[in-house]
Design a protein around this ligand. Structure first.
Ligand code: ADE
Length: 366
């Protein structure tokens, strides 16, 4: 890939392009970077590159002629002509997807704006694309050009040690990267998570995936909508987000003709006595939810097997098998014989003593 940078300050690129991965990529020929000063394309005695704005106003505007002449000369230096990118806070945001798109070009001509802006004709008739690196104003496009080159160089074949590093990075999968650790296993009392020392590759992969998702949810929830998540992962996120949602389920109601029997059943499976609020209402406060047991007239469906189509209450449990034993012992009307994997979560169905359908599901993703 060839990148031509049009800049009034070529000296700003000396440090960043002469170190680390960009320097290696240039040395290996994976990327060729050339700097061009539009001042060299001025024809007046004072090499003027800026002028006052028509209509008045503060600050100077970059003149069109040096930029058009410089870009024309640069395009003529090599084939094919490059895509002309103007760096400006008004451009489209440089995201992972945009970096990939630009990095796939055989050639880019990058214009660094300066002063209060560039003549609008540069935007409309010279640039093919306008890029911003963030919603803030830099003194010039040079730091943005350094960012763009660094990000694009990483995508050139052979530049990174392994293609896997590129695929595992933050944003590559639409998610932030998982936490990384190296030796020592404990430092200043801070231990590396056990699972990373276990040698269990599948467990490590599961842990990393979960960390990536939880991190993205906490720091960049805007990214999640487009991330490729499984149904089970979305379920996990919804469960985790429950406590911080603006609107969350506040109460689940169970009606029963036999309040005492029902309260005993739920007290046994929840390990909590709950509170009697009135003769006909008993509550279990399961933050952030209240489970209310309310006395009703006696009329109930027959006890038959329950399935995934039934309206039901789902309880999150750590261990589905242990929960199954407990639910049976509590006096459930019916308990599914086996624990099944449904939507990626191990779960089983049961009916409470009144025939209401319950589902108990493990919170762990597959
Ligand atoms: N020039 C000035 N501010 C900029 C920004 N945020 N991105 C790209 N170029 C710029």
């Amino acid at each position: 890939m060839r990148i031509d940078i049009v800049t009034l300050f070529p000296e700003m690129f000396a440090g960043p392009f002469d170190a680390s991965i960009v320097a290696r990529a240039r040395a290996s020929g994976a990327v060729e970077v050339a700097l061009h000063d539009p001042r060299a394309y001025t024809t007046d005695r004072h090499h003027v590159v800026d002028d006052y704005a028509y209509g008045g106003g503060p600050g100077m505007v970059m003149k069109p002629e040096p930029l058009f002449d410089c870009v024309d000369a640069v395009q003529a230096m090599d084939q094919p002509p490059g895509r002309v990118v103007l760096l400006t806070p008004q451009g489209r945001m440089l995201t992972h997807a945009v970096v990939r798109e630009l990095a796939a070009e055989p050639r880019l001509v990058v214009i660094c704006g300066h002063y209060e802006g560039v003549d609008e004709r540069v935007r409309s008739a010279l640039a093919d694309d306008e890029i911003s690196i963030g919603d803030y104003v830099l003194s010039g496009g040079e730091p943005a050009a350094i960012v763009l080159v660094d990000a694009a160089v990483r995508h050139q074949p052979g530049v990174l040690g392994s293609q896997a590093s590129l695929e595992e990075e933050s944003h590559a999968q639409g998610l932030l990267e998982y936490p990384q650790y190296t030796r020592p296993a404990e430092y200043r009392g801070l231990a590396v998570p056990e699972v990373l020392l276990s040698g269990d590759h599948a467990a490590v992969a599961r842990w990393r995936r979960r960390q990536s998702i939880e991190r993205t949810a906490a720091r960049r929830p805007d990214l999640l909508a487009r991330a490729a998540l499984t149904a089970a992962e979305r379920w996990l996120l919804a469960a985790a987000a429950g406590a911080s949602r603006e609107v969350s389920l506040a109460e689940v109601t169970v009606t029963t003709p036999d309040l005492e029997r029902s309260v005993m059943f739920y007290a046994a499976i929840l390990g909590d006595a709950g509170d009697r609020l009135s003769a006909d209402r008993h509550e279990f406060r399961l933050q952030p939810l209240v489970l209310a047991i309310i006395r009703s007239k006696p009329e109930r469906p027959p006890a038959v097997e329950a399935d995934a189509d039934d309206e039901r209450m789902t309880f999150a449990v750590d261990d589905a098998r242990a929960a199954q034993v407990r639910v049976r012992a509590a006096g459930a009307l019916w308990v599914e014989r086996r624990v099944h994997r449904r939507a990626g979560a191990r779960s089983f169905f049961a009916r409470d003593p009144d025939g209401n359908v319950l589902c108990f599901a493990e919170e762990e993703p597959p």
